[in-house]
Design a protein around this ligand. Structure first.
Ligand code: HEC
Ligand code: HEC
Ligand code: HEC
Ligand code: HEC
Ligand code: HEC
Length: 472
């Protein structure tokens, strides 16, 4: 009895009187807009909002149901429209986002903010509380009439107990054995597993220890709830961005497209780079772009700010490649690689020198695979992240140096770029020819450029002893 009185008092003290909106009302995003309009606006343009709207997703799921005779079931929609599955609105086989209410499309506010437990490492094992409590990273939330609030380590990016589990377990995809017949399943997307090996996961030093949320939800100082009559404080670094930029962009008209495009570019530009000068105590060779006396052109690229491989996640669908163009004194092209026309996949241009970073996937018959459910083997060729701070550890240098034969060529200037496409045209064309995808979508697939890899080498400024232009 005494305990009961005390807890009532504590709740009353923060204005949390217990009469809250129903669970149904909390599942409805329109409810959140009233007090969290900025969070809603940012989220509305995110790939979490687009996850079940994405025409490529819808096409791939439909094709997968046919190709596997329905064995795919709700495997895909369980991550791309998790509320639709939890509410029993789809079994995945006849999935059509147009038939769903907003509360069941994409990865919603309610889905993330009701998470109380994560029972495995992959395939969305998130457990929802369904208890009118919204969980976040605010320790002393002001009470409100809509929901109870709770600071929870699973969502609070800075909590040492966070360990990236809530984001991570939805970002690692293992195709179940009954879908592709591979015993134990194949780990197709591995962002969480990759992160666990990095210094961001293994080194507890503040500033080095970084969860998914630390890098992907930048914080600013602001109020986090805003509506007439609400008396809430300004919270230092209390507001976290809900734009979740990565590589994918909406391929059909969608909210906040320009803002998403800009946010993606901002994260992409410094994520990798053409780099040179090694740290003082390191024994790494000088890098950047070099033309060596023996007739070799080398370019060193490194993963600089990703907390996992680059690219990561849908690395089987990403196409990212290095373009190198060398000119003579008269500005004639004397060597080039990775010059890929629009609407053409980099692997389709028969370029023997092509340097591309993505997961090469094959079917059991050895042919290139286009879809999750027929991938049998993965040859992963990605840029590795930092896994040690020990300079004597051979893994300390995780850069990749590409070497090209330019014997006998007179080179005055070299330009490098790294380009990124979210999807391969071969896969999209396959979906078009099976009648699952509108061919008009192909024109919307963007080619992005990584700012950090756009570099120029000039003979006039190269170091005379090495032939290198070692960019810092
Ligand atoms: C009537 C206004 C109101 C509505 C409607 C509302 N909230 Fe809140 N919410 C608040 C207030 C006030 C806070 C506390 C802000 C503070 O203390 O700085 C809050 C805090 C939160 C927190 C942080 C909890 C913590 O302790 O970390 C989350 C998450 C949250 N709301 C999510 C939602 C979601 C999702 C919806 C829609 C289902 C929603 N809110 C609807 C007013 C509201
Ligand atoms: C319910 C499963 C789920 C959870 C939980 C989840 N995500 Fe996602 N996330 C997705 C899906 C599905 C997509 C891809 C949507 C698409 O591109 O069509 C995505 C996309 C993203 C993207 C954009 C990727 C790109 O290339 O465009 C980022 C960044 C991201 N999530 C970060 C996070 C972070 C950080 C968290 C934790 C706070 C998180 N996610 C939690 C399922 C989830
Ligand atoms: C992919 C999961 C995910 C989705 C979807 C999501 N949030 Fe959040 N949200 C988080 C996480 C994680 C935090 C805590 C960040 C921290 O404290 O480090 C957070 C924090 C918040 C907070 C507390 C203030 C802040 O900015 O930290 C509010 C309020 C909030 N979210 C509202 C919303 C609303 C409204 C929506 C839908 C329009 C939404 N969220 C969608 C993961 C999500
Ligand atoms: C140290 C910072 C950092 C950490 C920690 C981090 N990321 Fe990233 N992440 C990045 C950067 C930088 C990029 C590349 C920028 C881009 O894609 O625009 C990226 C890209 C991504 C992408 C798009 C990948 C692709 O190639 O399609 C996803 C999805 C993602 N991160 C999810 C996560 C998840 C989930 C976690 C936690 C398990 C995490 N990230 C941890 C910095 C980080
Ligand atoms: C465990 C959760 C999960 C499952 C299961 C899942 N996805 Fe995804 N999906 C994601 C995440 C997370 C991303 C974003 C990854 C990134 O940006 O690198 C994504 C991205 C995508 C994308 C956009 C990027 C791309 O690869 O072209 C498509 C399309 C997609 N998924 C289709 C599917 C299909 C079809 C299935 C079922 C065969 C499926 N997904 C199953 C989590 C999942």
């Amino acid at each position: 009895m005494k305990l009961f009185v005390i807890s009532l008092f504590v709740l009353a003290a923060c204005g949390d009187d217990g009469t809250k909106l129903s669970i149904e009302e909390l599942q409805d995003l329109a409810t959140c807009i009233e007090c969290h309009a900025t969070h809603y606006q940012e989220w509305s343009g995110s790939m979490h909002a687009y996850a079940s709207e994405d025409p490529v997703f819808v096409a791939m799921n439909a094709r997968g149901q046919r190709d596997t005779n329905g064995a795919l079931g709700d495997f895909c929609v369980n991550c791309h429209a998790p509320m639709a599955v939890r509410l029993g609105l789809t079994d995945g086989t006849n999935f059509d986002p147009a038939a769903l209410p907003a509360a069941a499309k994409g990865v919603t506010c309610y889905f993330c903010h009701s998470t109380v437990d994560v029972t495995d490492t992959h395939n969305n094992p998130l457990v929802l509380a369904d208890d009118q409590t919204m969980r976040g990273g605010i320790a002393n939330p002001v009470g409100n009439s809509a929901h109870h609030s709770k600071d929870d380590a699973l969502l609070d990016s800075d909590d040492p107990l966070n360990q990236s589990r809530a984001c991570g377990a939805c970002h690692d995809v293992v195709v179940p054995e009954h879908v592709n017949g591979i015993p134990g399943g194949l780990a197709i997307e591995r962002t969480f597993a990759e992160w666990k090996e990095t210094i961001f996961a293994t080194d507890p030093t503040p500033g080095i220890s970084l969860t998914c949320g630390d890098c992907h939800m930048r914080s600013t100082t602001d109020v986090v709830a805003d509506a007439p009559g609400l008396d809430v404080p300004i919270r230092p670094n209390g507001r976290h961005s809900h734009m979740f930029p990565g590589i994918d962009l909406a391929l059909t008209p969608f909210p906040e497209m320009a803002a998403q495009r800009a946010a993606v570019q901002m994260d992409l530009d410094p994520s990798i780079g053409v780099i040179g000068t090694a740290p003082a105590a390191s024994n790494r060779p000088t890098g950047g772009i070099c033309v060596l006396p023996g007739g070799e052109l080398t370019v060193r690229i490194d993963n600089l700010s990703s907390g996992h491989m680059w690219p990561s996640g849908a690395a089987h669908d990403r196409r990212t490649w290095l373009e190198v163009i060398a000119y003579d004194a008269n500005d004639n092209v004397v060597f080039s690689t990775g010059v890929v026309p629009e609407r053409t996949d980099p692997e389709a241009i028969a370029d023997p020198n092509l340097v591309g970073f993505w997961d090469r996937t094959s079917r059991t018959d050895g042919m290139p695979s286009h879809f999750f459910w027929d991938i049998a083997t993965i040859d992963s060729q990605l840029l590795r992240p930092a896994v040690t701070l020990d300079r004597n550890d051979p893994r300390f240098d995780h850069s990749i140096t590409s070497t090209f034969n330019v014997i006998g060529l007179s080179i005055e200037r070299i330009e490098t770029r790294v380009l990124v496409r979210p999807l391969p045209f071969e896969t999209l064309n396959d979906l078009v020819s099976s009648g699952d995808l509108d061919p008009a979508i192909l024109a919307a697939v963007p080619t992005l450029e990584v700012g950090g890899a756009r570099k120029t080498w000039r003979r006039s400024t190269a170091l005379p002893n090495t032939g290198c232009n070692p960019y810092p």
